[in-house]
Every structure is written in C-alpha cells, then in structure tokens.
Design a protein around this ligand. Sequence first.
Ligand code: CS2
Ligand code: MG
Length: 402
Amino acid sequence: MNITDVRVIVTSPGRNFVTIKIVTDEGITGVGDATLNGSELAVVAYLTEHLRPLLLGRDAGRIEETWQYLYRGAYWRRGPVTMPAIAAVDTALWDIKGKAAGMPVYQLLGGASRERIMVYGHAQGTAVEETVADVGRFLARGYRAVRAQVAVPGLSGTYGVGSDGDRYEPASIGLPEETVWSTPEYLAHAPELFAEVRRVHGYGFHLLHDVHHRLSPIEAASLGKALEPYRMFWIEDPTPSEDQSAFRLIRQHTTTPVATGEIINSIFDCQWLITERLIDYIRTSVVHAGGITHLRRILALAELYGVRSGSHGATDLSPVCLAAAVHVNTAVPNFGIQEYMPHTPETDAVFPHSYRFDNGHLMPGGDPGLGVDIDEDAAAEHPYEPAYLPVARLRDGSVHDW
Ligand code: CS2
Ligand code: MG
C-alpha cells in the first residue's frame, strides 16, 4: 500500500488547527494532528515543502522506518516545529494500518490494558470561591480529577483563567497579548486556593495545579512544601522543562508529585527527568513528541523508572491528537491520567470522532484505526487567522516565562 497524496489542511473552527490526511493507492486514508499553537504555519511549510515530497510513493505500512527516515534523515533533529510534522505523519500511518487491519490502533499497540481512561478537567475562577464552586461542578459531572487555577489579585491575565466562562483559549488573534506576572504575589495567594478546595470538597478526588513554567527551583520547592497538606495529585511545570537539573532541587525539598513535559518533543529532552526519577508524570503528547511511535518509546522508558503518563490535552491539541492519545493511554501499562478540555461543538463538527466521555473517563470506541477524521468541507468553512500565545512580563517590564 503506497502513499499517493499528503494533504495539509489548515482550519480554524474557533481556533487554528493543522491536520494532515495521507491518501494511499488502496483508498485507505489516515489523519494526523500537526498543530503548534501560535506558530502553525511553520509546521505547514515544513510538511508541505520538505516532508510531502519525501512521502509520495512510500510504503504506508513502514511506520517505524518512515519515522527513522524523517527524524534521522533530516540531519537537524528534535524541535517544536519538525517534531509535530513527523508526529502527524506517524499518527496518520498508524491510523491507516489500523484501518487496513480492521482494528482500533490500541489493538495494534498490544491490546487494552484498561477499560477506560481517567481524565482531569479544568476548574478556574477569578477568585478562590469561584474556582472552588467550579471544582464542585466538575465533581458533579463525575470527574475524579480536577485541575484548579485562580486569578492572582492585581495581576492581569493569570494563566489558566479564561475570560469567557468555562472556556480557556490562551491564543488570541493578532499580536501577542502581554500579561503581568509576580511570583511573590502568586506564592502568597496559591496555597489559599487549595486549602479552601480541600476544606469544601474534601480529599476524595485528585487535585492538580499547573504552575506553567513560572518559578525558580527554590520557589517551586517552597510551593511544593506549602501544598503538601493538600495532597496534590501533581504540580505541573513548576519550572521550565528544558532545565532538567532544576527538578533535582525541587525533589530534595518536597514530596508533592511533579509533572512536566508538554513542551518536550523528544526522549532526549526528558531522559534525565525520568531516569533520575525527578518527576512522577511525563506530559509529552502525540502531537508535540513525534507521534505514537516516539511517545511509546518515552513511556516505555518511563515505565522502567515508575514514571506514569499524564499527557497534555488542551484544546489546541486537536481531536485527532486526543483520539490518538486515548489509544496510547488504553494500551500502555504505566498510564497515569489524561488532560481533557472538551473541544467546542464547532471543532467537533470538523473532526468527527468515536471516543466518548463518560463519568470522568474517556473510552476509545471500536472503530478501526484512530476513530477520528477531518471533514474537509466543514474545515474549508473556517479560514486560518494568525494568532499568538501571550507573553508574560514582570512588573519591571522584563520578559518572564508565560
Ligand atoms: C496548559 C496549556 O493545558 C495545559 O496544561 O499548559 O493550556 C498550554 O498553555 C497550551 O496548550 C499552550 O498552547
Ligand atoms: Mg500545562
């Protein structure tokens, strides 16, 4: 079965997505997510100009060989642009192979290790009492795990707190929004939120928080210690992931579990985090970490060291990526949790899929392949609009990690 076409589809049903559809000479097609939030067209160019010519005529069944050809054959390796491009090709080839075999992809990955995938939802609020009430709404909907974020008084645009109710879409049309950050004000306020969440809702569910790359190692260590009484499931991205050694200092000071990895795109960029057990959950995703083939490799390494998966699943990862994640999560032995921000009905109309949410969990559905597709006619109704992620600055005007 050979590749006869590779279509790169850009669509924007409320937010931008990049999807590839690989077509074969047996009429079987496969899809892959290639969305890089805020820099989508860089991946489009790499796919269209540099990868598509290499793929035409190739055997669609040779998934691993194609991955090796695209990763090692490019000479320039890793990175946030090339790895989503390789990921999308890889994901589409797994989709094709599943359809050709008449099996859901998780069957090709060794079959189901679990019946359902525990997910966590995003509770937010402009004040502690708002977030506490929002946590209650997620628990009432059957979620067993909830991430809690709250605005820091006096700071505009705190990460994770949306301006339109439940939805939180950080990218905005036009040039980057600039937000103000103050670590002292955040550290003074954050523990209040978790004390109140546990006081009101108790300890019978998993409580998570995303620090979003903002702290120094010692600040992260102090936050971890301060939150120990609240038995966090994890604090996420306490410090920037690329500084792997920073996590050693955090580990020396606190037993609060740590998760990182959503911006990591290769096994080499999380190797020490895993082998030195500096983290408890690795958040690498299908789209950003080289596809199903590479994510499996990362999770196999993680399994050796007792690190579990906690893959990124924000709304800028398309339903194609989420569908692939559900298949990987169904099969791997060291599944931890899956982030789940439901896409809008507008997005779901462009990406029909068979995964289903029920009572705090996702199930993959039984369709052959990934059980997701892109409706190209519906996609064409939503033209691309350039959008950027925000930029954070400290009160003195210097750039900080957003
Ligand atoms: C966040 C994301 O979901 C998360 O854990 O870190 O919302 C992240 O900010 C976006 O995916 C960036 O595009
Ligand atoms: Mg995050």
